[in-house]
Unconditional design. Structure first.
Length: 494
């Protein structure tokens, strides 16, 4: 079929896309708070759309490889370069719609029938974000918006020898460290800058997640609730009740302070720290109470399901530990060396897997790529719990998640998705050679003037964050003790 495409791959992609949309709709419906039921339609649409594009963008990388490896010589294949442009432009637009939806939702006034105030608040903060991002991006694009592609140049004069029908090359000169310089399009530079910002999300949240994700899963099994007596249940319930009462009093004091100042948000370093500590304390008390109810077999589900889930977490923790270790080894062996890598490592493993069974390596590629996204989610939550000043905790809980938590996490993951795509394009540049994403990132983005030096060395920071997080979590494995959320540890409000 000349100029055709792989019909089977197209069908698989269409089914996968519909499943992704369905799963994201289910997540929003299943996790949403009762207060948002049948309301906040616009934020919900934004969340579902954002989650869908995040999943699609990460899964498009193995799809790109599958398209490149399975198409026949007489097939044009799926136009991945066009699809990547559509996906990246859509994600760039969402990077500005999500903050608007976040502030739009937070400005909701239950006593007002008009949404003019919400729109005004959303536009105000969105303009701040647009100016803060677009102005530096435009300046950088006009001044240093060039890609510098390294090449090796061969030169030699031609010389006619007696008895030779054609002239031949003589005195071949090899000139290394040569560059081809060209101005990149503004769209590519915009994507590069969003990726640059997202890299900080990947480095810090992903680095923490490398250690925290498997450790928390294994610790959940190790510290799983044990059956307790009625007396133990009552004693523990009294302790949790006192802690909850203390947090309730603290919450009222914070609310009164905000009301006296005529605002609804904390300001200043101390207020932000206190407010984040309060939210973390509430979350911890809720979790302790759920564990208590489960220990007394009042968790709302058969005990056998809890036992199965404990062992599933242990299995996932062991798998996660293996994925984290292989990722760190791959960074050290393949990505970090500037001149010559020590080993192809995961690249070779994926190639061998594809040779053993068609598209098996592509499936493994999807697993390792998606694991990075999971690490970013875990790292975001872990930092929010452990470092109250750094960011506010926005946990995702079944039946209790407000749309501002959905939108906050969607924005973090959206930025992280850009960086994950760039990271995987570099990490698997041998396995994914000649794909659309390989050409886009490893030729264009990787060689941007001055910014390219950042891409050379950020791996070392990521490794450092992962090691520090591992040591820290081994010393302080308990989130509640590390975050100091007991009422005795909180500072007194004036």
């Amino acid at each position: 079929m000349a100029d055709g495409v792989n019909i089977v791959l197209c069908i698989i992609v269409a089914i996968a896309f519909l499943l992704i949309v369905a799963v994201n709709i289910y997540i929003v419906v299943h996790f949403q708070n009762e207060e948002d039921k049948n309301t906040a339609i616009f934020p919900k649409v934004v969340v579902v759309t954002t989650f869908t594009f995040i999943c699609v963008s990460v899964l498009m990388m193995p799809m790109d490889v599958a398209n490149q490896r399975t198409k026949r010589p007489d097939q044009a294949g799926i136009p991945m370069d066009i699809l990547w442009q559509i996906v990246f432009i859509s994600m760039a637009v969402l990077a500005f719609i999500v903050p608007f939806a976040f502030f739009y939702y937070e400005a909701e006034d239950p006593d007002s029938s008009s949404n003019a105030k919400q729109i005004k608040e959303g536009l105000k903060w969105n303009i701040v974000w647009l100016v803060a991002f677009f102005v530096p991006t435009l300046i950088l694009w006009f001044t240093i918006g060039f890609a510098e592609i390294p090449i090796i140049k061969y030169t030699s004069p031609l010389r006619q020898f007696d008895g030779q029908p054609f002239p031949v090359l003589t005195n071949l000169d090899v000139l290394r460290d040569q560059l081809i310089t060209y101005r990149v399009s503004f769209i590519l530079y915009l994507i590069s800058m969003i990726t640059f910002c997202g890299t900080f999300v990947l480095v810090f949240f992903g680095g923490v997640g490398f250690a925290a994700l498997p450790m928390d899963l294994i610790n959940s099994f190790r510290t799983r609730p044990k059956q307790m007596s009625v007396v133990q249940y009552a004693e523990k319930k009294i302790i949790i009740g006192k802690r909850a009462a203390s947090l309730l009093e603290r919450g009222r004091a914070l609310k009164q302070r905000f009301n006296n100042a005529g605002r609804t948000r904390p300001r200043g370093r101390r207020e932000v720290r206190e407010f984040n500590r309060f939210r973390t304390g509430v979350f911890m008390v809720e979790q302790e109470y759920k564990v208590l109810e489960r220990s007394y077999n009042r968790g709302g589900a058969p005990i056998i399901l809890y036992i199965i889930w404990d062992y599933v977490q242990l299995l996932l923790g062991i798998i996660g530990a293996g994925l984290s270790i292989t990722w760190l080894l791959h960074i050290i062996l393949f990505m970090a060396p500037r001149t010559k890598y020590f080993s192809l490592f995961l690249n070779k493993m994926f190639i061998d897997m594809d040779n053993a069974f068609g598209l098996f390596g592509t499936g493994a590629y999807a697993v390792w790529s998606f694991y990075l996204l999971w690490c970013v989610i875990k790292g975001n939550f872990k930092v929010g719990v452990r470092v109250p000043l750094f960011c506010t905790i926005h946990p995702m809980k079944v039946g209790e998640t407000l749309m501002n938590a959905f939108l906050f996490n969607a924005f973090v993951l959206l930025l992280g998705a850009f960086a994950i795509i760039k990271f995987c394009a570099t990490a698997f540049s041998v396995y994914a050679r000649y794909t659309g994403i390989d050409i886009l990132f490893n030729v264009g983005v990787n060689n941007l003037r001055y910014i390219k030096y950042f891409w050379w060395y950020y791996y070392f920071v990521m490794i450092g964050v992962a090691v520090i997080a591992l040591v820290y979590l081994l010393i302080l494995p308990s989130d509640r003790k590390a975050a100091a959320v007991d009422d005795t540890s909180l500072e007194e409000l004036p």
